[in-house]
Design a protein around this ligand. Structure first.
Ligand SMILES: [Zn+2]
Length: 116
């Protein structure tokens, strides 16, 4: 029970840190990076699901640079391939598949569920 509470608190803190990082990125990129680093450390310690989001959107797999959309990475929509996240430091392109048929059918099912 204690661990469940700790994980809930950790999740909340990760959310707050990511929001703070996105807010302060326009003024101070190094501060934003430190917030993301802290969020990453919390996620690592408690081994929680938020880690996937952090890995996908806030960390380069090649140079381990912390990516903040619009400041240290560019996000593009690639035709038929998905979202492209390009690291501005090393130029690594990471593709996140969003045009997957499974995902599209799942969202269609969700919409049908909301409509009925
Ligand atoms: Zn990189």
């Amino acid at each position: 029970m204690v661990k469940k509470k700790a994980i809930a608190i950790a999740r909340e803190r990760i959310d707050i840190l990511i929001r703070m990082a996105l807010d302060t990125a326009s003024e101070n990129v190094s501060d934003a990076e430190s917030y993301v680093k802290l969020a990453w450390r919390i996620a690592e310690k408690f081994n929680i699901r938020g880690k996937t989001i952090l890995r996908r959107y806030f960390r380069c797999s090649k140079c381990k640079n912390f990516l903040i959309p619009g400041y240290s990475c560019r996000i593009r929509i690639l035709k038929k391939r998905g979202l492209g996240v390009i690291c501005m430091k090393c130029g690594k392109l990471k593709i996140i598949p969003i045009f997957n048929e499974e995902i599209i059918s799942r969202t269609a099912r969700l919409k049908a569920g909301i409509g009925s």
